[in-house]
Design a protein around this ligand. Structure first.
Ligand code: BTN
Length: 272
């Protein structure tokens, strides 16, 4: 069982200033939001062994059994509200780098923030922000990683079909405190660089790990579904789709589905 002492050797600049470790919660995002409203500092981390009301994107349930990493980080970036999508990309990049570096697995990022191994999802991010028209008061970045369990044993078949875990992919159990520390260290580095130097560096790295670019995709948006070839992301984190008639359309938010598997070098597909 993890406790706050498990993370003593963190060595980060900003994140991981405080750890709240729980055996079981509803949702770590909700706990972190409560702490943030009470003034919790930037970098406060909430971790739970089990979530009974884990939340995914689009109001979906996020199944969070024992053996996973369910954590949320309080951020106070002082950014304008329009920059929240970039924050989520920063989280996806940090998570992908942590899994790759710590477990030695090849991962891809499905826009905007699913971490895939092959075509199966191993981790996801839910960023929730409280803001006014001028600036973000705080954001809570929730990260869920399927780590030490087999989705086929604990998820219903329809969820298990699209899921994998670190244990399944590596054939062994992962040290959870070590993995959590690696995620926070990677996020600390990506986040600080973004605040200091802007999003350019993170976007370039994100594109290197993106499995969506170059692919035929369908994106379900609030206005309906749109299909095209994903050719790039914009500096504000939106996806650019090239339609059958050659038009390029910007998609700001939505659920992305990879339509066909194809080994393509997306760099040849991007408009110059
Ligand atoms: C998604 O891919 O739909 C996002 C999943 C985010 C899950 C994490 S687990 C920790 C944090 N607490 C939650 O309730 N959700 C996020």
């Amino acid at each position: 069982m993890m406790d706050a002492d498990s993370f003593k050797e963190l060595g980060t600049c900003m994140l991981g200033s405080e750890f709240h470790v729980h055996r079981e919660v509803g949702s770590t995002n909700d706990v972190a939001k409560g702490l943030a409203r009470e003034g919790a500092g930037e970098g406060t981390v909430v971790i739970a062994g089990v979530q009974k009301g884990g939340k995914g994107r689009f109001g979906r349930e996020w199944l969070s059994p024992e053996g996973g990493v369910w954590m949320s980080v309080v951020l106070r970036p002082g950014l304008p509200p329009g920059d929240v999508p970039i924050l989520t990309l920063a989280g996806g990049l940090a998570l992908a780098k942590a899994i790759r570096g710590y477990c030695g697995l090849e991962v891809g990022i499905k826009w905007p923030n699913d971490i895939l191994i092959g075509e199966r999802k191993v981790a996801g991010i839910l960023t929730e922000a409280e803001m006014d028209s001028e600036r973000v008061h705080f954001a809570v970045m929730g990260m869920g990683i399927n780590a030490n369990f087999d989705p086929a044993e604990v998820f219903p078949p329809e969820v298990a079909a699209g899921a994998t875990s670190l244990m399944v992919e590596t054939g062994r159990e992962v040290d959870l405190p070590g993995l959590v520390m690696r995620v926070i260290q990677e996020l600390d580095a990506v986040y600080l660089d973004m605040l200091d130097a802007g999003p350019r560096g993170l976007l370039e790295e994100w594109k290197e790990l993106a499995s969506t670019l170059g692919r035929e995709v369908r994106v379900r948006t609030m206005k309906g579904s749109i299909e095209g070839r994903a050719v790039d992301i914009t500096p504000d984190g939106a996806l650019l789709l090239r339609m059958g008639d050659g038009r390029v359309v910007k998609v700001v938010a939505g659920e992305c589905i990879h339509l066909r598997y194809q080994e393509k070098d997306y760099k040849t597909e991007r408009p110059s």
